[in-house]
Design a protein around this ligand. Structure first.
Ligand code: FES
Length: 597
């Protein structure tokens, strides 16, 4: 098809492009090394013209679009519609959209666990942004680890970036009851284990839990990261909550594309948006939504890329003054589509306003305060509570310390049993996931409801990849007897959609000889959320004896090569976000939270 321009003009355009002043932009960015820059550009344009692009198109600012669609990722099942809408927005604003693929990671299709692949996805994304000629990038993610990976990549790059999430799935209906992944997945599986429902019912509900494409419909990790991205200012205002299959979601995508072009003119790079103040805003939101505990690990990793340290003591302090206001499962009762109808993150930010750093910049080039001034007016709704009528008076997550977790541990108190928050019990230890699977349902297992279940070797190195196995199943014989919750302690994570009295991220982990490795069945452990304490009630001399006898486990098959070797030798502990040590920022840019504005 004719380009509408004479051939001569295209070579003149090329010359002009080569003579452009200032740092290279568009097609001239990051030329391939052939030893002749003019030839590199000539060749690049020749190839892309093979796809039918004109010189006019190629002279526009280029917006890369990271496409994470995958047949193995139904949470990103609306990717084609989102990419199309982002492209429309880019073109309406005068830019040239170019989509490119990266790794896509889904929670249920990644073995041994999606967290094992998060850093790989972040490296893939970062390097593709760096290697390919784009003036800005729209990062489309959604499922739990994808948004953290993309934010880590954005934080490490110098390219203006906007996060777009795929949006939540719709809820389904099971025998008249509203259901949605994945809090209800766990609830129904728990009932099935307790023999409260039969094979036919568990098969029926399996068809209803995920009613459409999109991310989990509760305040799990995906929804948490969507809210966090908006609170950080790296996603357009109002973008976190529209469900995946709605017109609102498509409009957000179009707007994101247009904003990406505007970002180029502003040269608003991620390091100007992702600051200690914006991380604090995000942490406030994490607390107020009763968000996923995984959000802490991910925020630590993103901030770490910029040399900003997440101060867990300060986080715990702001937790005491930040109530849970969002009534969503697993801490409350509603679903993401209800959160959207209630106004989404902007309604919440309005309630939190006195606690926020309103001067933090957003991708729109305006401050958070300016965006809130122009946010839609409030209206009556019952999903996002007023500040003085919280569903939980303190933030959802508490930070614990003690001789069992010198590097810290966390508990999602808003989704736990209040009566177990002050508890002393006998440890029943499972050495690893295999041991747990073998013994937990054995009727001969010596365990009682007031015991404390301890699981080792599910930390960053141990499993490897710190799987979401901290949500240990209640032993079947206790489940049958009606026990719904017990104190459970591990060095692993748990799904943001899960609930229970579950102590997670015990640091340092057992696989590298942390105190958790020394716990034996019969020891006593004290948990006091009020005192922020997690104590192994064994005297120091005995612990020193056990430590002297402790040996690391021998390498497993596959530990000595490829990505797994890189992972095992460079992954950091939970208190550093489980990022690879060589990817963290080298400059010290202080810590977050910085404290009330
Ligand atoms: Fe993808 Fe829950 S499995 S968001």
């Amino acid at each position: 098809m004719p380009s509408g321009r004479p051939e001569r003009e295209s070579s003149r355009g090329e010359e002009a492009a080569q003579q452009q002043e200032g740092p290279p932009t568009g097609m001239r960015k990051g030329l391939t090394s052939y030893g002749d820059a003019g030839f590199s550009l000539f060749l690049r344009k020749a190839f892309i013209k093979g796809a039918g692009l004109t010189d006019d198109a190629l002279s526009r600012p280029i917006v890369g679009i990271a496409n994470t669609g995958s047949g193995f990722n139904p949470c990103h099942g609306n990717m084609p519609q989102l990419v199309e809408a982002v492209k429309r927005g880019v073109m309406l604003a005068g830019g040239l959209p170019v989509e490119f693929p990266t790794i896509s990671v889904h929670e249920s299709f990644a073995s041994p666990t999606s967290m094992f692949l998060r850093n790989l996805m972040s490296m893939d994304t970062e390097e593709m942004i760096r290697a390919q000629p784009m003036d800005a990038v729209v990062l489309i993610g959604g499922c739990d680890k994808t948004v953290p990976a993309q934010l880590m990549a954005a934080a490490s790059g110098k390219v203006p970036a906007i996060q777009l999430v795929t949006g939540s799935m719709l809820t389904g209906s099971h025998r008249g009851e509203r259901v949605g992944a994945c809090t209800d997945c766990r609830r129904f599986w728990g009932k099935y284990r307790a023999e409260e429902i039969d094979d036919a019912e568990i098969a029926d509900v399996n068809n209803q839990l995920v009613a459409s494409v999109g991310t989990c419909s509760v305040m799990g990790t995906a929804s948490t990261m969507a809210c966090i991205a908006e609170a950080l200012g790296i996603a357009v205002p109002g973008s976190a909550s529209p469900p995946a299959v709605t017109a609102d979601r498509i409009r957000v995508a179009e707007r994101t594309g247009a904003e990406a072009v505007a970002l180029i003119g502003r040269q608003l790079t991620p390091d100007r948006i992702l600051t200690a103040k914006s991380f604090e805003n995000a942490l406030r939101v994490l607390l107020a939504i009763g968000g996923s505990t995984n959000g802490i690990v991910h925020l630590t990793a993103v901030a770490g890329r910029l040399g900003i340290r997440l101060d867990m003591e300060a986080f715990d302090r702001i937790g005491k003054e930040t109530p849970v206001l969002v009534d969503l499962k697993p801490s409350g009762q509603h679903y993401m589509e209800d959160f959207h109808k209630a106004g989404g993150v902007r309604t919440l930010l309005r309630e939190l306003r006195p606690l926020l750093h309103l001067d933090a910049l957003t991708v729109t080039g305006r401050t958070l305060g300016q965006e809130l001034d122009d946010a839609p007016a409030p209206f009556p709704q019952d999903v996002i509570r007023p500040f003085d009528q919280p569903i939980f008076a303190q933030g959802g997550i508490a930070v614990l310390r003690g001789n069992l977790a010198p590097g810290g541990a966390i508990i999602k108190q808003s989704a736990a049993t209040a009566a177990l928050m002050e508890h002393e019990g006998r440890a029943v230890v499972f050495e690893d996931l295999e041991d747990l699977a073998t013994r937990v349902d054995d009727d001969a297992l010596d365990i009682h409801a007031d015991d404390i279940m301890v699981l080792k070797h599910i930390g960053p190195v141990g499993a490897p990849g710190m799987p979401e196995a901290g949500y240990m199943p209640i032993p079947r014989k206790l489940a049958r007897a009606g026990v719904k919750d017990m104190v459970r302690i591990s060095d692993g994570r748990m799904s943001g959609t899960a609930s229970g009295s579950i102590v997670l991220h015990v640091t340092p982990e057992s696989a590298i000889g942390g105190p958790l490795a020394l716990v034996r069945t019969g020891d006593r452990i004290r948990l006091s959320v009020r005192q922020r304490e997690l104590t192994l009630l064994v005297d120091d001399a005995e612990l020193a004896r056990r430590k002297a006898q402790w040996q690391p486990r021998p390498p497993r098959e596959g530990d000595d090569r490829g990505y797994r070797k890189l992972f095992l030798t460079t992954v950091t502990q939970a208190d550093q976000g489980c990022d690879f040590d060589f990817l963290r920022g080298t400059r010290d840019n202080g810590s977050t939270p910085v404290g009330k504005p």
